[in-house]
Design a protein around this ligand. Sequence first.
Ligand SMILES: [Zn+2]
Length: 463
Amino acid sequence: MDYSLVIAGGSVVTPRGIRIADMGVRSGKIVKLGAMGKRARQAARRVVDASGCFVMPGAIDPHVHLDLPIGPRMTTSDDFDTGTRAAVAGGVTTIIDYTTPKPGQGPLDAFRKRRALADPVVRCDYGLHNVLIGWDPKWKSDLAKLVKLGAPSVKMFMIYADRGWQADDGMLTEVMEQAKRLGMQVCVHAENDSLISHYTDKALGLAPKKRGGAFALSLARPAVCEEEAAARAIFLAKHTGAKLHLVHLSTAGAVESVRDARQQGLKVTAETCPQYLALDAKMLSGPQGHKFGSCPPLRTARHRRTLFRALDSGWIDVVGTDHCTFTSAQKNTWRGDFRKIPYGLPGLETMLRVTWTLGPARGKMSIERWVSIHTEGPAKTFGLWPQKGSLQMGTDADILVWDPSSSASINPKHMETHTDWNPYQGKRLKGIARHVFLRGMEVASESKCLRRPIRGRYVLRHK
Ligand SMILES: [Zn+2]
């Protein structure tokens, strides 16, 4: 039987190392890995020459917010169409988005509504994490159903009392107990709301010059806010026995708590984001500083170095982008008040280029490790392994042909992400997604989403 696709002569990256090999695809699955005869190549419907490139699984971004309403008047500028175009253009073939229910809305209803929004338009495969806003004991049966529907994770916020989203310690503990019973994973946004209020009041008491415009965000949410909350979440996970995942870590202290927990054998995993590795809190100063407002905020070099080391050494196994895009006009609605900035940065389209440029391109991280934090790490952490994130026989042919020798400067005008600015604009980043295949179909090439009407699918995750 012939192959529908052969990727020939690339350097295939697996956890066991890098070797030059051919890859054969049939019916959307990988069916051959190794040297291939001339006849087999000639019989293939399509042959892609990958010489000089790395061949790896399509990347997985497990932390994405598309079409997310922020208050009554604003929604993130990337929806499931533009956001997943950005994903494939950047070499990402699977994302995990978050359902975000209204107060009182149950998780199963929120899940169904989210699927109705995403299913018709997604350009890559996707899964969902179940956000819990408040807790109703009636939702226990919802959670059991959601496990069967392939969404075995819940997410809670330790902050955002003002939006009505906060999970207090009692709710965290209750949900962790339920999650433990069902084998679900508990994802937590760890920041201390009361400490943020305290430091926000202090920042507001400063003269405007000392506050420094949007830079006040880092005064109002210092590292201790995350470090305390991460330690508390870990403490409760230890107490309940729940599987805990700490999203978007930005501080050295939180990483130390994760390391200690893992050394004790606790089921604790963590992720960080490209912006916490690449961008300095100083970006918040100056007239455009508010555009860099995110939650948690950007940090100093000391934190960035610790996060990078943790990724390299294996205390952190996952990179997610927390992709949450706003236009300049949306960002400008802050009007000088750091508390009113729409928090969030685009990241899907640039994730791999940012971490490649910081890591392997500078000889600071092995290529195998870099591939792992974007594929195997998230796949194993979120129940997608080995269907996604591995290049094993019979798994989905989600394949990225990564050209390490190209570089390009970032220009929002030429990007799929639906906004008019980018945190990396003007910067030259290395590496390019030369070809991106989703279940054997080409969905992007030369960092551009192809226009053909190819549809992504909802993907079932296991416990
Ligand atoms: Zn997020």
